[in-house]
Write a protein that binds this ligand. Structure first.
Ligand code: HEC
Ligand code: HEC
Length: 283
């Protein structure tokens, strides 16, 4: 309910679902988010598919848990613009919310419980049963020949799995893959020069549902993403040595690009769709 409730915002118009829309892969389909006053935000609205599996949150990893993360956008003047002390009063004034909180938590409506409730809901938004997963579990028929060739490239010649590895296809590390962008990325958190323009490796589960791609939404399609990697990325003074040395030499043929695309499409899967529930005090 909290996720879908626009009353969590300062103007009663913006909910988490505004930027994390189930119909748009729990993103917003825009390159960068729309700010509270209608401008262009700094970064792409990340999908929350499989967000429960990361060890840090946001493109730059500045938040340590989903519980902590959830309170960020509510207070952010560019996002929902709602001070937390006012929000607590507001929710207490809406008939029905206090009772619902008391069912879940002994101490009713608190900041901490709002964070916990939002985090618990988000942990349900999971893609982990794609044809790739069935293939890994031993169902050799789950993938087509083309998709298997794509998997071979993903885990071999194209090096994708170096960073997009592990059960959530993210190593939870930070890299500068050579996007032409002014965003400081991880540097904004650590103030370490080596972190300039580095971002946390995103999972690839749900990927067909979440275009456009990258922290600035600068790549529109998965074809664009593959072409980007196949040329070793673009220019950035702090581009990863890995992109310089290895990705610039993968030289995938057109056929191989297609195979890799077919495999990435498998990872899209079917995210669970939750629709907006009836909200307290709004019958
Ligand atoms: C105005 C648009 C907007 C709204 C409203 C919004 N978000 Fe976000 N969300 C974003 C953007 C943009 C990012 C990436 C921000 C960054 O990296 O600096 C993000 C990132 C996240 C992440 C991190 C995912 C990851 O992979 O690390 C989670 C989780 C999340 N939002 C949940 C929420 C919740 C819960 C709410 C409601 C309380 C919410 N968001 C409201 C735009 C929005
Ligand atoms: C050196 C580590 C590294 C390698 C190798 C790598 N990636 Fe990435 N990938 C990242 C990082 C970091 C990002 C986020 C970059 C950003 O937004 O600035 C990313 C972003 C992406 C995205 C966009 C995800 C989104 O939600 O917007 C896709 C798709 C992707 N990579 C696919 C691939 C494929 C396919 C390969 C192999 C050809 C590959 N990656 C190789 C680290 C890597």
């Amino acid at each position: 309910m909290l996720f879908f409730d626009p009353r969590l915002s300062g103007n009663d118009e913006v909910s988490c679902a505004t930027c994390h829309d189930p119909a748009l892969g729990y993103g917003d389909g825009r390159a960068t988010f729309e700010t509270f006053d209608g401008g262009d935000g700094a970064r792409n609205s990340q999908t929350i598919i499989n967000s429960g599996y990361y060890t840090s949150f946001f493109w730059d990893g500045r938040s340590a848990s989903l519980e902590e993360q959830a309170l960020g956008p509510i207070q952010d003047p560019h996002e929902m613009n709602m001070p937390l002390d006012e929000l607590l009063e507001k929710l207490k004034g809406i008939e029905g919310y206090e009772e619902l909180f008391l069912v879940a938590f002994d101490d009713g409506i608190t900041e901490e419980n709002i964070g916990k409730a939002l985090a618990a809901f988000q942990r349900l938004i999971v893609v982990n049963d794609t044809a790739y997963d069935r293939f890994l579990k031993g169902d050799r028929e789950a993938l087509t020949e083309e998709e298997i060739r794509g998997l071979d490239l993903f885990a071999g010649k194209a090096f994708c799995i170096t960073c997009h590895g592990g059960e959530n296809l993210s190593d939870n590390m930070y890299y500068n893959i050579g996007l032409n962008s002014e965003d400081e990325g991880r540097y904004g958190v650590t103030k370490d020069d080596g972190d300039l323009g580095r971002f946390r490796t995103p999972s690839l589960y749900g990927i067909t549902h979440t275009a456009p791609y990258m922290h600035n939404g600068s790549l529109e399609t998965l074809e664009d993403v593959i072409r980007f990697y196949n040329r070793g990325g673009d220019d950035h003074p702090n581009k990863s040595i890995f992109m310089h040395m290895f990705m610039s030499e993968i030289n995938l043929t057109e056929e191989e690009e297609k195979d890799l695309l077919a495999f990435l499409r498998v990872l899209g899967g079917e995210p669970p769709i939750f629709s907006k529930p009836e909200l307290p005090g709004m019958k």
